[in-house]
Design a protein around this ligand. Structure first.
Ligand SMILES: [Mn+2]
Length: 274
């Protein structure tokens, strides 16, 4: 079964970012539960931002899961990158992501590597950057095993990274790793910029896809852009996808409307009788 999730950001520096709820995790979780979501995806400033004694009872009382935890704060706040020319920054980036794996793991939530992957250039060759990225994914993928969760790696559009822009490149990267515990994030916003055919790319990603960012072409909530969802949903069903479709979208026109709109779209696309 494909389950629904909605993003909650607690990162001040990401206030204008594509997150449906901002600032207040408890309120975000309660609203998500009221709307019928299965889970929240948490974008936190660090591993200690949300203490377990606070989060656990909230999840218990609402019945919500944590779909995933973002690691982008490592970049947005600390300017850490897995492909920085500076070895101490690369090591700090791995340590930050490792601590986020430890944050999400007890909830069964994988960590997502998006902006933390960085980019080549600045004296770093593409080959060198990919070597560093591969070695980090191997280390962190294995670290996630102790929680029985994968590590999620997100290909981004060309304006955000020059390392991996498509599902095809993502599959090639994963196949070159030692670990088999890394999965791809199919973010429909990035994909509609980079892929020739989003549905075909999902088919190509196949079993490697472990998470989906469910969003429209303009990064507004599903139904507020020009994405053609019919073939995309069919492709997810065809590959037997069973993870989350998570609303990583702008709070447009506002958080409550965006969350309700995405839930309407989720029900239309994923809960319709055959
Ligand atoms: Mn995304």
């Amino acid at each position: 079964m494909i389950r629904s999730a909605v993003t909650v950001s607690l990162v001040e520096q990401a206030r204008s970012g594509p997150f449906v709820f901002h600032d207040d995790l408890e309120l975000g979780i309660r609203k998500a539960a009221d709307l019928g979501y299965h889970a929240v995806e948490i974008f936190a400033p660090g591993p200690d931002a949300v203490p377990a004694p606070k989060l656990q009872p909230l999840l218990k009382s609402t019945g919500l899961q944590v779909a995933a935890v973002g690691t982008g704060a490592g970049w947005v706040i600390h300017k850490l990158s897995l492909t920085s020319p500076d070895e101490s920054i690369r090591r700090a980036a791995i340590n930050f992501i490792s601590s986020m794996i430890d944050f999400g793991g007890p909830y069964g939530a994988p960590a997502i590597i998006g902006s933390m992957q960085g980019r080549h250039g600045d004296g770093v060759t593409p080959e060198q950057a990919r070597d560093w990225l591969r070695s980090a994914l191997d280390e962190l993928g294995e670290a996630a095993l102790r929680y029985n969760v994968p590590l999620i790696y997100e290909p981004l559009n060309r304006y955000e990274t020059n390392l991996t822009n498509t599902m095809t490149a993502g599959v090639e990267l994963l196949q070159s790793l030692q670990t088999d515990n890394v999965r791809l994030l199919a973010d429909l916003f990035h994909m509609q910029i980079e892929e020739v055919d989003v549905a075909a790319a999902i088919g190509h990603g196949g079993r490697f896809i472990g998470h989906v960012h469910f969003v429209d072409s303009n990064r507004r909530p599903v139904g507020c852009g020009h994405m053609n969802y019919g073939p995309i949903v069919a492709a997810l069903n065809d590959i037997g996808y069973e993870g989350y479709v998570s609303a990583e979208a702008f709070p447009w026109p506002d958080s409550d409307t965006a969350a309700a709109q995405t839930m309407r779209a989720y029900r239309y696309w994923f809960e319709r009788p055959e």
